[in-house]
Design a binder for this molecule. Sequence first.
Ligand SMILES: Nc1ncnc2c1ncn2[C@@H]1O[C@H](COP(=O)(O)OP(=O)(O)OP(=O)(O)O)[C@@H](O)[C@H]1O
Ligand SMILES: [Mg+2]
Length: 255
Amino acid sequence: MRKIAIINQKGGSGKTTTTVNLAASLAAKKRKVLVIDLDPQASTSQWFGVTVVEKGLLSVFTENVPLASVIASTESPGIALIPSSSWLIGLEKALANEVGAETILKQKLQALDTKSWDYVLIDCPPALGILTINALTACEEVIVPVEARIMAVNGLVQLLQTVDIVRHRLNSSLKISGIVPCRVDSRTRHSKEVVDELRKNFSELVYKTAIRENVRLSEAPSFGKPINEYDPNSNGAHDYKALALEVIKQEQALS
Ligand SMILES: Nc1ncnc2c1ncn2[C@@H]1O[C@H](COP(=O)(O)OP(=O)(O)OP(=O)(O)O)[C@@H](O)[C@H]1O
Ligand SMILES: [Mg+2]
């Protein structure tokens, strides 16, 4: 079971779009995927049409509730979801005096039946707070979507430092599986410059696949479907399929 945190502290970088559509493209390749929505904004949960009004995931963090009890099914074949809850907003405060709060998700994930899923993808909030740190501690891998419309390199340096700190203090097996340029607009020179800059600075860490700007991707959440169901012939569907194939290729190196 590969556990991958999808992180970027910058808002609107493509985390949720990548989580949902990578999950669906992996599922289309017969991988069983558990998606965890760790963002109190609950965008991934809304995309799958699953929302919770109760404490949900918050009770997993603050009470003796197992992860298995909050897993929901989705209409997308091969994908199960642990939905977010707006109650998660209060988590930072709730855990302020809790010893070892960074490792709660790791322990809860370890108690899950690992044979049920090939992949766990965790959509993180746009912050490097306790939720993201929990994801980084629970996972072996990180995928970083980067919005290629802005100069993103500075923020990435801070992100990579945080990953380094977590690796040293909490999780020695953590590694960056890849950086994904998102919202790439091939018509603008600037977008191309950002992708070139990413490849120059982070070389082999950057996936070969770049996700192009595609209006179908931004429409898909309103229809409650991943892009490969909403518009299988769109650029967005092609790009996320290509990304999934690259991610699947990494399985060989891990086994
Ligand atoms: N390749 C793309 N083409 C067109 N629109 C996109 C693309 N990727 C993302 N978007 C749009 O950009 C916005 C931000 O994307 P998304 O929600 O995936 O980012 P995020 O990192 O999850 O944001 P947040 O930090 O708020 O959680 C959304 O409106 C989404 O529909
Ligand atoms: Mg998001």
